[in-house]
Design a protein around this ligand. Structure first.
Ligand code: OFO
Length: 164
């Protein structure tokens, strides 16, 4: 595999692990605040992110490349309101989408068709990721400062089921 593509894939593994770390920190924060539904949602999201990292990890190995696990930055130690947290999640997903698109471009330029195919799954997944976070932001905006509405959303988010 092209060395630059391999570096970018290892970088993407790091980004997905960082996403998992970030969502796990958000989950812990929500649980500490007794918003267990949002905590559950974030915990599942962290698990999904780990799955994304492992999908790339397996792919690199399958292609005979070297998996290099890079350092993962610590997530923030404190968080704002539920709305601010989901706004951060949406902004984070937009950054991840941009990374995936840049990686896709690189695979195209290198005529690395297998990597391009692999990344197609991620392109589709990012549409869902942004949609999920975006809908949460809009719902939290609707709830505003209404505590009953917030608690109702917490219950709804607590019903999120894991994938597969
Ligand atoms: Fe891996 O999609 Fe979110 O970050």
């Amino acid at each position: 595999m092209d060395a630059k593509i391999l570096d970018s894939l290892n970088e993407q593994i790091r980004a997905e692990l960082h996403s998992a770390y970030t969502y796990l920190a958000m989950s812990a924060h929500f649980s500490e605040k007794n918003l267990d539904g949002f905590g559950h949602w974030m915990r599942l999201q962290a698990t999904e992110e780990l799955g994304h990292a492992m999908r790339l990890y397996d792919y690199v190995l399958e292609r005979g490349g070297q998996v290099r696990l890079l350092g993962v930055d610590a997530p923030p130690a404190s968080f704002g309101s539920p709305l601010e947290i989901f706004e951060d999640a949406l902004a984070h997903e937009k950054k991840i989408t941009a990374m995936i698109h840049a990686l896709y471009d690189r695979a195209r330029e290198a005529k690395d068709y297998a990597t391009e195919m692999q990344l197609q799954w991620f392109v589709t997944e990012q549409v869902e990721e942004e949609d999920n976070a975006g809908r949460a932001v809009e719902q939290l905006k609707l709830a505003g400062t209404n505590t009953s509405a917030l608690l109702m959303l917490d219950r709804v988010f607590g019903q999120r089921a894991g994938e597969g």
